[in-house]
Design a protein around this ligand. Structure first.
Ligand code: AMP
Ligand code: GLY
Length: 424
């Protein structure tokens, strides 16, 4: 069969690598893709938000299955555009993708269906938000309602910071129309865990857990980024936590969406915080995490196409989802200066070191082929270097060894990805 993947990051490279392992797949296209994806798929120069062109391409090329990697097209209704033409597509439709697209929606859903999350209020009037802050406990968390490239969350330690934050989000519209509404919520402390799942509208199957490292610098210092590295499984995702979430979070979310007439098919990413009062949902995403996908998918034993088709067909209950009994660590190689400003266009050397090395992967996030046919840096997050190991410590040692195989002019990475496992 022929498969089209929509997106251009490390996550889409990891999806493409999984799809390439399927014996059922003859040809993979990726729109728009990147230089690494181009080694296993044919990249098509169509943007992820160009729905008409994507649909036309899928029809002309008789694509059997389209997989949406990114959040923006999902929230914008790309699945509806494909389904309207009778095309098979993996991902939630627009009505369901609101689970990620609106934080106010997801918070109200959790409240209505008793799914544990931080206490909160929603506002569409900045004056009311400022009034509310006067009596609120600090620190406090401000969230722009809509998609804001993962940047619409402000953690404020003082009333002054929080007031300035409300002005930035709602009045100066720093995150655009995402700031028309906002959520103000209780600050929680605890360890974060990412749990990805496949959902077919009624059945949910949980993937192996992972942990991201969102801050730019070692010791969780510096600015928030898209994610600087991940490990899987998380030793903090214990049997007890799993039982709690199975009882109060996972199926409850799927059933709540169905009850709201927003049947969810695709990936639900649960961003959990393990607080003293038990696990609570920080956020939902409607797609694979990036770079969580780079450590979770390589450990999945199933044929990913079988699982995705079962989600579309509502037969996920018949799938026995299985993961390898090992571990994986992904270290992101970024351009120095990310997430603020950085140079790009530097040649990436050493990629050939990953060829034919079992258990090692170099997923491209921001790379491109230049006019001379060389692979050069083309973004803040450039590569995700993933390695497996018998356990987390071995996987971490392998991943960091493999980061040395790659060289480019302004290569930057965190040196403490997976350090938390020493405390487990
Ligand atoms: P989100 O996009 O909602 O996941 O928020 C981004 C990051 O902000 C999370 O990964 C947490 O580290 C942090 N965060 C979000 N909400 C809270 C909260 N209520 N308390 C503490 N930290 C939070
Ligand atoms: N790694 C977090 C995310 O994909 O949103």
């Amino acid at each position: 069969m022929k498969v089209l993947i929509i997106g251009s990051g490390g996550r889409e490279h990891a999806i493409a690598a999984s799809v390439a392992k399927s014996s059922r797949v003859d040809k993979i296209y990726c729109a728009p893709g990147n230089a690494g994806i181009g080694q296993i798929a044919e990249c098509v120069p169509i943007g992820a938000m160009e729905f008409d062109k994507l649909v036309a391409f899928a029809k002309e090329n008789q694509i059997d299955l389209t997989i949406i990697g990114m959040d923006d097209p999902l929230v914008g209704g790309v699945v509806d555009a494909f389904e309207a033409e009778g095309l098979r597509v993996f991902g939630p439709n627009k009505a369901a993708a609101i689970l990620e697209g609106s934080k106010a929606f997801s918070k109200d859903l959790m409240k209505k269906y008793n799914i544990p999350t931080a206490a909160y209020e929603t506002f569409d009037d900045p004056e009311k938000a400022l009034e509310y802050l006067k009596t609120a406990k600090m620190p406090i968390v401000l969230k722009a309602d809509g998609l804001a490239l993962g940047k619409g969350v402000l953690i404020c330690n003082t009333l002054e910071e929080a007031e300035a934050g409300v002005k930035e989000i709602m009045m100066d519209k720093k995150f655009g129309s995402a700031g028309n509404h906002m959520v103000i919520e209780e600050f929680m402390t605890g360890r974060e865990v990412s749990v990805l799942s496949f959902v077919d509208g009624k059945t949910i199957k949980i993937m192996s857990s992972a942990q991201d490292h969102k801050r730019a610098k070692d010791g969780d210092q510096g600015l928030n980024t898209g994610g600087m590295g991940t490990f899987s499984p998380s030793p903090f995702y214990t049997k007890e936590v799993d039982e709690f979430c199975k009882k109060y979070v996972f199926q409850a979310t799927v059933d709540a969406m169905a009850a709201e007439g927003r049947t969810f098919k695709g990936i639900i990413f649960f961003g959990l915080m393990l607080t003293e009062d038990g696990p609570k949902v920080l956020e939902y995403n409607a797609r694979f995490g990036d770079p969580e996908a780079q450590v979770v998918l390589p450990r999945m034993k199933n044929d990913v196409i079988d699982v995705m088709e079962a989600c579309i067909d509502g037969t996920l209950d018949q799938i026995d989802l299985q993961f390898e009994d090992n571990a994986a660590v992904c270290v992101v190689l970024a351009s120095d200066g990310y997430p603020v400003s950085y140079e790009k266009g530097f040649e990436i050397k050493g990629l050939e070191n990953f060829e034919d090395k079992d258990g090692y992967y170099c997923f491209h996030a921001g790379s491109k082929l230049n006019e001379e046919g060389k692979i050069v840096t083309n973004g803040g997050r450039v590569l995700g270097v993933t390695a497996k190991g018998a356990d987390l410590k071995e996987a971490r040692a392998n991943a960091y060894a493999a980061t040395e195989w790659i060289d480019f002019a302004n290569k930057y990475m965190r040196h403490d990805i997976g350090k938390a496992i020493d405390e487990a």
